[in-house]
Design a protein around this ligand. Structure first.
Ligand SMILES: [Zn+2]
Length: 69
């Protein structure tokens, strides 16, 4: 179907998918490279580009304001 094709093209043109997943950023303890969990999950193993495997969790840039009632 042509419509389906158009749909998928639109999808790929969107770089940041508005999917409600946890976009946690991890920072390598050795070289401080920031990697998102999405990127990490794509890898066969949790490993930084420098080869180090220990990451610290970094808060995502999006700050959620929680209103206390
Ligand atoms: Zn690293």
């Amino acid at each position: 179907m042509v419509e389906e094709n158009l749909d998928s093209i639109e999808d790929t043109s969107v770089e940041e998918t508005p999917v409600e997943t946890f976009d946690v950023i991890y920072s390598c303890l050795r070289c401080a490279t920031n990697v998102s969990n999405t990127e990490l999950s794509r890898l066969p193993e949790i490993k930084c580009i420098c080869g180090f495997r220990v990451f610290t969790k970094v808060r995502p840039p999006v700050v959620k304001t929680v209103k206390a009632v």
